[in-house]
Design a binder for this molecule. Structure first.
Ligand code: ASP
Length: 624
């Protein structure tokens, strides 16, 4: 029953025709979205990527087409030739761009049939994500998904054009390479020609882009795929895409201006005006004000309310007076019931001796003056929820000996981050009451976005540069200092002499761009001198021999006239996710993996044949 296409050509897409086209003879091709049988009239909604057009099969006009129309089912592939005609006034559909017309078919070809789909692409998303991923080709037919990928394409294109206009060249770097340390495990590719040897897939193009600076390319970028074998979450995928760039002779501000320009171009392409310049905050300040290095500025920050209390008050409250006393304020949430407070307890991480004071009524009763002052210091208004996070004086938490001169101590960081996490969790839990996150949803959903006039995004999207991260982080497990970013990040020149004597106090020329509580990207001004690079490897406990074995080629390259340079990488998937208003990266990656790193459509990974393993000189040992 299937028809051959012959030499028939499509004249228009399914989203294209308007009232002004009435009278034209056209040929459309696409999928059956819905079918309605009214006896001698059959209505088909024909769908392609651009939209939907209504087709009418009239038994009188095309008996043959009508007969076929009785057989077609959703997702069949059709070609329809006919005349565009205006719909009667009372059946105009104002919600469809093609809603004023329909096609009176005089010929219908059934180009292909379709099994009954496991779910209908004509419907909203179904809840079963495994099914969506297994039949991804059907899932991708849904309007929402097609819009997501059109959006992603527009963003990437705008970024490319912007960077190109700023003097950047896009240069590809290899996938089969050697390990680039970005803090994750490598994906390895065995070499057939070199038994027992492996390529690593790049965790990022880091060393290649630095080498491109050594080669004089001055401004490099790449929309680059990166591979990291780490535990997955909603905002992580084992392979993901970065807007990766590197610049010669920059100051930090040079990089910021470049990013602000391309990011606002990307947002503009998505219909949103993002005001520049972005805010800037140091890492220490971010911890003090938000308890986290990726602050969400849509809600008020933390307040230091230590001075509201006398030492006696704190003693009576079993609070350590030497540690910060921090208020978390969430607007408009109101007083919580005892039951609500109990339900919220698991949101608070008290492991490290942080203490939560959340019964405001009781506090007011026992310490009326302190409670009043605390509300004043936290700028709390009537109806704002206020809770206090402080140090528990009854817990002696073991802090490692990493107190850095002039920086936050580890215990201070624990308090601030316990408060910061609680702030985020409470904000999520009571989102419908404070409404601060809904602003973003409104901007994302606003219909004007698609009409070409960008919507003001200043309140909905709140980017902030976080600067001066610590150079090192102490790893309790290995009892070693690890680089907070990667080992090619330059320390502040004036902190260099403390690399060994007081590593915790060394600041890096490392910056992050955060937005709405997400990290959008990280970068740094790099080390461009071989002697400094060697010192850093040593400070990280890497022997000269080990450094040579892992990065010898790079240390060598550094000795051949390396210019000062720096760069950054921003997650394209995350940007697309935010702008699509999507709940996960999987909504903006065409063929993503599950949380267990499986591709359910192609069913990867899979075992391979013994022959392939033999060629690769590999024997596998399976766990029972
Ligand atoms: N290579 C870094 C990363 O992928 C970015 C950078 O430092 O430019 O996170």
């Amino acid at each position: 029953m299937l028809d051959f296409l012959g030499n028939l050509q499509r004249t228009h897409t399914c989203g294209q025709l308007r009232a002004a086209d009435a009278g034209a003879t056209v040929t459309l091709m696409g999928w059956v979205n819905r079918r309605r049988d009214h006896g001698s009239l059959i209505f088909l909604d024909l769908r392609d990527r651009t939209g939907i057009t209504q087709i009418v099969l009239d038994k009188d006009l095309t008996p043959e087409g009508h007969a076929k129309g009785e057989m077609v089912r959703p997702e069949f592939v059709l070609a329809v030739t006919g005349k565009v005609r205006r719909r009667d006034k009372d059946v105009i559909n104002p919600n469809m761009p093609t809603g004023e017309i329909e096609i009176a078919a005089d010929r219908l070809l059934v180009l292909n049939d379709s099994k009954v789909p496991p779910f209908s692409p004509a419907e909203e998303a179904i809840g079963n994500e495994e099914l969506r991923l297994k039949y991804r080709y059907i899932d991708l037919r849904r309007v929402q998904m097609q819009q997501n990928f059109e959006l992603r394409h527009k963003i990437a294109l705008a970024v490319r054009e912007n960077l190109s206009a700023q003097g950047f060249l896009e240069i590809e770097t290899p996938f089969m390479t050697r390990s680039t340390p970005e803090g994750a495990r490598d994906y390895l590719v065995p070499s057939r020609l070199h038994p027992g040897q492996f390529y690593a897939l790049p965790q990022s193009p880091q060393l290649f882009k630095q080498i491109l600076m050594i080669s004089g390319f001055d401004r490099y970028f790449q929309i680059a795929r990166c591979f990291r074998d780490e535990d997955l979450r909603a905002d992580r995928q084992p392979e993901f895409t970065q807007i990766d760039l590197e610049v010669s002779f920059p100051q930090q501000e040079t990089i910021f201006a470049i990013v602000e320009s391309f990011l606002s171009a990307g947002f503009r392409a998505a219909g949103i005006d993002l005001p520049t310049p972005f805010l800037r905050i140091t890492y220490d300040e971010a911890l003090r004000q938000y308890g986290i290095d990726k602050p969400d500025l849509r809600l008020p920050g933390l307040s230091d309310i230590r001075v509201a209390f006398t030492d006696e008050d704190l003693k009576a409250l079993l609070v350590d007076p030497a540690l910060p006393v921090v208020a978390v304020r969430i607007p408009k949430v109101g007083e919580l019931s005892r039951k609500e407070r109990e339900d919220n307890r698991p949101l608070f991480d008290a492991k490290k001796g942080a203490k939560l004071i959340d019964d405001w009524k009781r506090l007011e009763k026992g310490f009326p003056e302190a409670a009043r002052k605390a509300r004043e210091l936290a700028h709390a208004e009537e109806g704002d929820l206020l809770v206090i996070v402080a140090g528990d004086s009854t817990v002696h938490a073991e802090a490692s000996d990493t107190k850095a001169a002039g920086r936050l101590s580890e215990r201070e960081i624990w308090i601030y981050s316990a408060a910061g996490n609680l702030r985020v969790e409470l904000a999520k839990r009571y989102a419908s009451r404070h409404g601060a996150f809904a602003v973003t949803e409104q901007v994302v959903a606003s219909p004007e976005r698609r009409s070409g006039t960008p919507v003001a995004g200043g309140l909905a999207f709140r980017p902030i540069w976080v600067t001066d991260f610590p150079m090192f982080e102490f790893d309790q497990e290995s009892k070693r200092w690890l680089p907070a970013h990667h080992p090619f990040t330059s320390p502040h020149e004036e902190d260099m002499d403390r690399l060994v004597s007081d590593p915790a106090s060394v600041r890096a020329r490392y910056y992050d761009l955060a937005m709405n509580g997400l990290e959008l990207g990280s970068g740094s001004i790099r080390i461009h001198r071989q002697d400094v690079q060697q010192q850093i490897f040593r400070a990280l406990g890497m022997s000269d021999d080990e450094a040579k074995a892992r990065f010898g080629f790079f240390l060598e390259a550094l000795t051949h006239g390396t210019p000062p340079h720096g760069g950054i990488a921003l997650g394209l998937d995350r940007i697309a996710m935010i702008l699509a208003g999507a709940p996960s990266l999987r909504e903006v990656i065409a063929f993503p993996k599950t949380a267990k790193a499986i591709d359910l459509m192609v069913d990867a990974p899979t075992p391979v044949s013994p022959q392939q393993l033999k060629e690769l000189h590999i024997r596998t040992v399976l766990k029972e």
